[in-house]
Design a protein around this ligand. Structure first.
Ligand SMILES: Cc1cc2nc3c(=O)[nH]c(=O)nc-3n(C[C@H](O)[C@H](O)[C@H](O)COP(=O)(O)OP(=O)(O)OC[C@H]3O[C@@H](n4cnc5c(N)ncnc54)[C@H](O)[C@@H]3O)c2cc1C
Length: 795
């Protein structure tokens, strides 16, 4: 017994002396901190808690605070007030303690943990023992609401990722996914394990909470949400939760439309920067989506991204303030549904599958009206809903079209021939098929299922075709593919269809075309005018054009499944008519925006696979909003009044629901926001390959919105893609006080943004710094980030 008491006393003495020691060290670091800050941005900065080891509980509290502060221990809880969050932890105390151990175990390689252990002269066992002693009561003293965390990390991710992949690895498909089953080898695998463990722990806490409450609930945990969190100032004070079924779409080998310069942001805050050198060392500047994915995962780990796996099923207004969000999730093999209360919602749900032209349930897409009546499509659609032809959701009411009735309804909005086309459209939708009655539903179901023997899906949506590696195994080599659609995704499907992979070293030319693995015919209804001028898309178009496999102005008439396993596709091809053509055979048709006299030729083609990609929709998120009006008419873009720039979308009457990125600009819902962002592309002279809903623009808008909300400056700005007004604010804060100097410099910067596809090159920035005599104040970071020469504290 005495032995036990002595043991206990000696343990307490040990702990106390450790506490005093650690206290002294932290004080020492505190004293050095201002010097460290002004001397180097790369220095390790240490948490600023003072340790007083007057009792083991107090000591445990202080050690824990430091571990949290350094990001070594990740705590997560819910509740809008400090008391609520504290009670939450106390109620789930065992889970909380388990989580501390897991965090420490996960951080064994973390230099910050090493740093604390070395400084304190404490082993990992001693730290764990101390943590085991903690008493639920100390949680009340833990500054849960405002744990101060220094964002600056002791490393730059740019210097980590180049070591991850050898050229061979880069070229081998999905090696990193397969590696999940192997021994942990790379930083990435380490990241994935850490992230999954953290998400699972968070999910367990969430599960054990009877009435979860958060300030911010994010729907989606892909790239845009990850950036949203990364750029958010004081993120560790946020009581937030991001729910998503997965980590977003970028998991396969896919060449993004953009080059590296426009996808780069501060190395300090945006640790998710892949290294541009990886792509560039292969002689191309296009970024491989997989690198971005790795960077995103790393960012989520080091920024403690508060994600949980799950799906948001329903969002409705709460009786008092805020919203009630129903989340479905799976834990330990069981399905669960729980309702979370949130004050604010951030939507980053991205794009859905390609538009399904085999419309199975009498549902069709409003873009069909766009094709027929152009800008007035929304107005026409509203009138048809009013006339009882459609429900607001896009579903048919089964009312048969009556031309006289339609004439009355639409006479001020449409031409006569447009009205008869609309009548045909309604008739066809009512019959449960899309325009042209392409395929019966049982064939569609069979043909859109993956065929193990063939190694591909005979009829597949373009997104699935290019984003997953499943469709591109060597088993499926030697097939004939028809790609249907005139946009960027169809261009990527063409590329991938020809070579079965999409790695950066394949530049499409008539020479490389000789080495194709498959044949591709690329067809489009109106031409390829929705194709932006991206290098990859333009190369694909010109190569297919030169080889006679680019067919504009085609309508699909029917698809038949043949006994030999092939698809027989009937197409109407429209060709400009010779002047001598018989007028009876001439049909007027819009080709690349111009009305032309055409003749129709029917062709029958046999192919092995049809890839359809006829426009991008958002993920059908309208359906999850319950009693909240969400439509193209109710989405408004919020602007920063002073900078006069768009920031994010919101719903009329619901300023606490925010939309970002692709979810904001896609499909009919996002048409208005897409137009606004298209104006930004022009007014800001945004480099080529950057569309309204693309990542670079989504990220610069998110950055502007956090800045607008908090006034917190970023360590650097992207000269090619950040809003000019945001850069101006930063230049001012970095000591360039003369507005005339800033304005002249920015005029030049913006003008040079389109010099290359990757934006303004570092050489031009250098030249402009020289020209405007700013070299003593500004410098370049990475490919084209501007930052002040003197590092100023960002805290
Ligand atoms: C085929 C294709 C190619 C593209 N190429 C490019 C390109 O080259 N360059 C470019 O800038 N952009 C490109 N885009 C657009 C691209 O999708 C976006 O720019 C970017 O990936 C969007 O990121 P995100 O985080 O918004 O969406 P995603 O990465 O798609 O993530 C969406 C997230 O929302 C979640 N989610 C959806 N619904 C729910 C729900 N109900 N509940 C919970 N979670 C939900 C998903 O699980 C996921 O976590 C492409 C898109 C596609 C489809």
């Amino acid at each position: 017994m005495i032995g036990v008491i002595l043991d206990g006393l000696s343990r307490i003495m040990n702990i106390l002396s450790f506490g005093m020691k650690l206290h002294a060290e932290i004080m020492e670091v505190d004293e050095q901190k201002s010097a460290v800050k002004s001397s180097s941005s790369d220095s390790i900065e240490i948490a600023h808690y003072h340790l007083e080891g007057d009792s083991s509980n107090n000591l445990a509290l202080n050690v824990l605070s430091n571990l949290i502060d350094l990001g070594v221990v990740d705590i997560f809880t819910y509740g809008s007030s400090h008391a609520e969050r504290t009670n939450n932890i106390i109620r789930n105390f065992d889970t909380f303690k388990a989580k501390i151990f897991i965090s420490i175990q996960e951080n064994l390689q973390n230099p910050l943990l090493d740093h604390v252990m070395n400084k304190a002269g404490l082993s990992i066992d001693q730290i764990e023992k101390l943590m085991n002693e903690i008493d639920a009561d100390i949680i009340r003293d833990l500054n849960l609401g405002d744990v101060r965390v220094i964002d600056q990390r002791p490393f730059h991710v740019r210097s980590i990722y180049p070591q991850l992949e050898s050229k061979d690895q880069l070229h081998s498909d999905m090696d990193f996914m397969r590696a999940k089953n192997k021994r942990m080898k790379t930083e990435f695998e380490n990241d994935i394990l850490q992230l999954n463990a953290a998400n699972k722990n968070r999910l367990m806490m969430f599960h054990s909470d009877p009435s979860p409450h958060v300030d911010v609930l994010g729907i989606g945990r892909g790239n845009n949400q990850s950036r949203y969190w990364e750029y958010m100032p004081n993120k560790h004070e946020q009581n937030a939760l991001f729910v998503g079924q997965n980590n977003g779409i970028w998991q396969g080998n896919y060449q993004l439309a953009q080059t590296s310069g426009v996808l780069e942001f501060d190395a300090d805050t945006a640790a998710s920067n892949y290294n541009p050198a990886i792509s560039e060392s292969f002689g191309v500047s296009q970024v491989n989506a997989r690198h971005l994915y790795k960077g995103m995962i790393h960012s989520q780990v080091i920024h403690n991204f508060p994600g949980i796996p799950g799906e948001v099923m329903n969002v409705r207004k709460a009786n008092g303030d805020g919203y009630l969000i129903q989340v479905a999730y799976r834990l330990n093999g069981q399905n669960h549904v729980k309702t979370v209360h949130a004050n604010q919602i951030v939507v980053g749900t991205g794009l859905s599958d390609a538009k399904n032209i085999f419309s199975q349930h009498g549902q069709f897409y409003r873009e069909d009206f766009k094709t027929i009546v152009g800008d007035r499509s929304e107005e026409v659609y509203r009138l048809l809903v009013k006339g009882g032809y459609f429900h607001d959701s896009g579903r048919t009411t089964n009312k048969q079209p009556n031309l006289l009735d339609l004439n009355d309804l639409l006479k001020n909005s449409c031409e006569k021939d447009q009205i008869s086309t609309i009548a045909k459209l309604i008739e066809s939708v009512n019959a449960g098929r899309s325009l042209g009655s392409l395929l019966n539903q049982s064939d569609y179901k069979r043909l859109s299922t993956f065929d193990q023997k063939k190694g591909f899906t005979p009829i597949v949506d373009g997104n699935a075709f290019i984003l997953s590696d499943k469709e591109c195994s060597s088993l499926g080599e030697g097939r004939r593919i028809m790609v249907w659609g005139g946009g960027g995704t169809a261009a990527a499907a063409t590329r991938r269809g020809l070579f079965l992979q999409d790695t950066p070293d394949i530049k499409m030319t008539p020479e490389t075309y000789q080495h194709r693995k498959n044949d591709v015919i690329w067809i489009a209804r109106n031409g390829f005018d929705t194709l932006r001028d991206g290098t990859l898309a333009v190369d694909a178009k010109s190569t297919l054009g030169q080889t006679g496999n680019l067919w504009p102005n085609c309508e699909l008439v029917a698809i038949k499944s043949l006994a030999n396993g092939k698809l027989q596709i009937t197409i109407d091809r429209y060709r400009p008519a010779e002047t001598s053509a018989d007028p009876k055979t001439v049909i007027m048709r819009k080709i690349e925006g111009v009305e032309l006299a055409c003749i129709r030729e029917r062709e029958v083609v046999e192919v092995d696979q049809l890839v359809y990609s006829l426009g991008q929709e958002n993920r059908g998120i309208e359906q999850i909003f319950d009693g909240i009006d969400i439509s193209a008419n109710t989405i408004d873009m919020v602007r920063d009044k002073e900078m006069n720039v768009p920031l994010y979308g919101t719903l009329k009457g619901h300023p606490d629901i925010q939309f970002h990125g692709a979810a904001l600009t896609a499909g009919t819902l996002g048409a208005k926001s897409a137009n606004i962002m298209e104006e930004v592309v022009t007014s800001e002279n945004i480099p080529p390959d950057v569309g309204p809903g693309s990542m670079p623009l989504a990220w610069s808008t998110i950055r502007a919105s956090h800045f607008s909300n908090s006034g917190v400056y970023y360590p650097s700005v992207n000269a090619s893609i950040d809003y000019r007004a945001l850069i101006d604010k930063h230049l001012q804060s970095w000591g360039i006080t003369d507005p005339a100097v800033r304005s002249a410099f920015l005029d030049d910067i913006v003008q040079h943004r389109t010099d290359t596809r990757g934006g303004i090159p570092a050489s031009s920035i250098n030249m402009l710094l020289e020209k405007h005599d700013l070299k003593h104040l500004l410098t370049i970071d990475g490919a084209g980030m501007l930052k002040p020469l003197q590092i100023r504290s960002k805290l």
